[in-house]
Design a protein around this ligand. Sequence first.
Ligand SMILES: [Zn+2]
Length: 253
Amino acid sequence: MSILFGIFGLLIGSFINVLIYRLPLNKNIVFPRSACPHCHAIIPWYFNIPVLSFLFLRGKCAYCRSRISLQYPLVELINGIVYYLLAKNVTMLSFELLPIILKALVFSLLVAHVVVDLRHQLLPDGINIFLAIFLFTLSLLNGEWLRGLYGMILGLILPLIVTYLFYLVKGVVGLGGGDIKLFGALGLFLGPLGVIQNIFVSCLLGSVVGIVLILTKTLKRDKPIPFGPFIILVAITQIYFPSHFQRAMAAIF
Ligand SMILES: [Zn+2]
């Protein structure tokens, strides 16, 4: 069962790569078929097998030999591994599979968000909407939809206030609209307390990394760093390792 799920994860990972490439360009995510971004040759199915094709082609396009980004097999592999691990204790097809599938799909969308934000400083609305739908369904299944709604409201309002205060003090906009919508979507599952914890920890983490990058001169002072990956790193800990996260919180405060 978990092997099957792992293969499913590899295929979803392959689709996530399509989203990462096409969403920021506002291209249709289903048609046309995948093509090499350099020579535009259509990629046949046998060169589009997750991870294996990349290894077989040694990371180069079969037609123009230009390099294929390592992002493709990495995104496929991490999805495959996480799907495998999530389904590890599932022995048969049952209703219990639904929350696991939802959590797996949420993970894939979070991976897409991280790569798009790192590449384009953008968290696409389409991904936020599907995250919201899947996370709210999870809350419904847990019987905690009301807590989810409060979490969403807080997730939208609190970052807006923080951004506004930041703007008053420093005169620049701190969080982007995509970040705020992401907090709203995550709130649907994390609830009010979870959202507050995420905002606090991700801001702390982002500031520390930002200061280190500026001190080591990796980054120019006035160049913004994408904030989505910090929110998502914290959210992944909260969603998939809740007991570890709570222990860390208890240790810090
Ligand atoms: Zn090519």
